[in-house]
Design a protein around this ligand. Structure first.
Ligand code: NAP
Ligand code: MG
Length: 505
């Protein structure tokens, strides 16, 4: 554990003082150095808790992407990283993870200032999990074996995994460093060179860790960071003829664009981690309704509801609906938004004005669709200049409504009822997404049958949002293609090679 954890807890005033004195890396990181965008263009980096501009960040265009790809390719071909001894690659990744841990407070502050999440979450969840992820994949480097196929005695067929080459990672703003780490860990562990495009709302931690990677000993060109907009830097990566693989996390809409970019360019490999509309199913025989209610509340309100696997549809059996909804509201009201720099805050600001307006727009749609607004529904703390929305709950939602089908990506829960298990499963699966689902029941047979019937990459039984770096994460249907985390993540950053050796005469 970091020695920082043993220090006295920082107070709101400590964090405010640090925020006032914070410095930012604002240039692109290409070929081992910070550079302005070639066009000289920059964009405003906004603190969503105040609406104020923190700094201006380089806005990379296609020529900057070309430079990053050229550097990544050169680094890959040199073999300095891609062919380096596994134990040495491991050491560097472990050192990198250690440096992230040592800079935990600095990185947590950047994350909170940049995207509005509570400092306690940045400090205790996002940054440590990011470091752990890089270390976990670092540990795989000298423990991964290849295969020999059972071909018979007159041949030797080796099945080996090789790095793809130049990988582009295009990531969202809801867990900026953690989503970067989910790509950085396995992509670098397998010997690739990487170009990271953070979301325009949250580039600061990605830009800072690039130099920590250098400090750890990563050769230049192996990790590049190109901040900028999706339509420019993101598209340039997607369309690039010399990018071998895109690992994307973000909305299904943009995920589909990356499939098109691939088809229009060089058929680069594309893996997608997209959105969700996860059903959180509570059966009447649930062993502890209050526990389920608490999980349902944190399952939708954690991280301001800006979570891909958020349990945004609460499916509850009719007989316990009133009690469950009361209990969810009880827990939800404890999560009122506050200053993200206050260590006691559990819900922060929406990432930007556009996202706040989008979520408020969905709340209006819910009302006009005839759902019953039972809690919240408003912007709050407006005097701060920030973009805060209170925990919101709709009852009497019909699964055909937009608020039951579209990803709101905010603190808005839609409650639906069902009569029996069959209806719960039907409603649960009646969505274009398939990222996650949960079921609460005392009956182990029902639990397993439901888990099998739900078309989702993860199904939680009597819990919600449990996770581990050792467990794969990703979606069915339009929630994506491929998996992050676990040894399975290594598959998407490697090509499979067969080498036949004739041993016959
Ligand atoms: P987004 O709008 O799809 O953006 C994701 C990334 O794609 C950003 O870096 C964005 O850049 C870039 N982008 C946008 N338009 C593009 C285009 N036309 N061409 C190329 N790149 C483009 O998603 P978001 O709003 O940042 O994040 C929220 C979404 O992420 C939600 O749908 C959520 O469910 C999903 N998510 C999924 C997972 C998972 O593991 N399944 C995890 C976290 C989040 P700019 O922002 O700079 O324009
Ligand atoms: Mg920002």
């Amino acid at each position: 554990m970091s020695t920082l954890a043993t220090q006295a807890e920082l107070t709101l005033n400590d964090w405010k003082e640090r925020a006032a004195n914070a410095t930012f890396k604002t240039q692109a990181f290409i070929d081992g150095e910070y550079r302005q965008a070639l066009s000289g263009q920059t964009f405003d980096c906004i603190n969503p808790a105040t609406g104020q501009c923190l700094t201006r960040v380089a806005s990379c265009q296609s020529e900057d992407v070309d430079a990053a790809v050229a550097s990544a390719r050169q680094a890959f071909e040199s073999g300095e990283w891609s062919r380096r001894a596994p134990t040495e690659r491991k050491k560097i990744l472990l050192k990198f993870a250690q440096l992230v841990r040592e800079h935990r407070e600095e990185l947590a502050l950047l994350e909170t200032l940049d995207m509005g999440k509570p400092i306690s979450d940045s400090l205790n969840v996002d940054i440590p999990l990011s470091a752990d992820c890089i270390a976990w994949f670092g540990e795989t480097v000298d423990k991964s074996y290849d295969e020999i196929a059972p071909t018979g005695s007159d041949a030797l067929a080796l099945i080996t995994r090789e790095p793809m080459g130049v990988v582009a990672a295009v990531i969202p703003w809801n867990f900026p460093l953690l989503m970067a780490a989910w790509k950085i860990g396995p992509a670098l562990a397998t010997g690739n060179s990487l170009i990271l495009k953070p979301a325009e709302q949250s580039p600061l931690t990605a830009l800072r860790i690039a130099e920590l990677a250098m400090e750890a000993g990563l050769p230049k060109g192996v990790l590049n960071v190109v901040p900028g907009f999706g339509e420019t830097a993101g598209q340039a990566l997607g369309m690039h003829m010399d990018v071998d693989c895109v690992a994307f996390t973000g909305s299904a809409e943009v995920g589909k664009l990356f499939l098109q970019y691939s088809g229009k360019s060089n058929m680069k490999r594309v893996s997608l981690e997209c959105g969700g509309k996860s059903p959180h199913i509570v059966l009447a025989d649930c062993h502890d309704i209050d526990q389920a209610a608490q999980a349902a509340a944190s399952g939708i309100y954690y991280n301001q509801g800006e979570v891909c696997n958020a349990g945004s549809r609460l499916l509850v059996q009719e007989s316990i609906k009133d009690e469950l909804v009361e209990r969810v509201m009880h827990w939800g009201k404890k999560l009122m938004p506050g200053d993200p720099l206050d260590p006691s805050t559990q819900m922060g600001a929406m990432v930007d004005k556009t996202q706040m307006e989008r979520v408020l727009g969905y709340i209006d749609i819910g009302k006009s669709e005839g759902a019953h607004l039972r809690m919240g529904g408003n912007r709050v703390l407006g005097e701060s200049g920030g973009y805060f929305i209170e925990p919101t709950l709709f009852d009497q939602v019909n699964n055909d409504m937009k608020i039951a089908q579209e990803e709101i990506f905010g603190p808005v829960l839609s409650t639906l009822t069902f009569k029996d298990l069959e209806e719960a499963i039907r409603l649960g699966n009646q969505t274009c997404f398939g990222l996650a689902a949960a079921v609460w029941t005392r009956d182990i047979t029902v639990a397993h049958k439901t888990a099998r019937a739900l078309r989702a990459g993860t199904v939680w039984v009597n819990c919600f949002d449990h996770g581990s770096i050792a467990v794969p994460f990703g979606g069915y249907k339009q929630s994506g293609i491929g998996r992050d985390k676990s040894l399975h993540a290594l598959e998407k950053y490697t090509e499979l090679k067969t080498t036949w050796v004739n041993l016959g005469s």
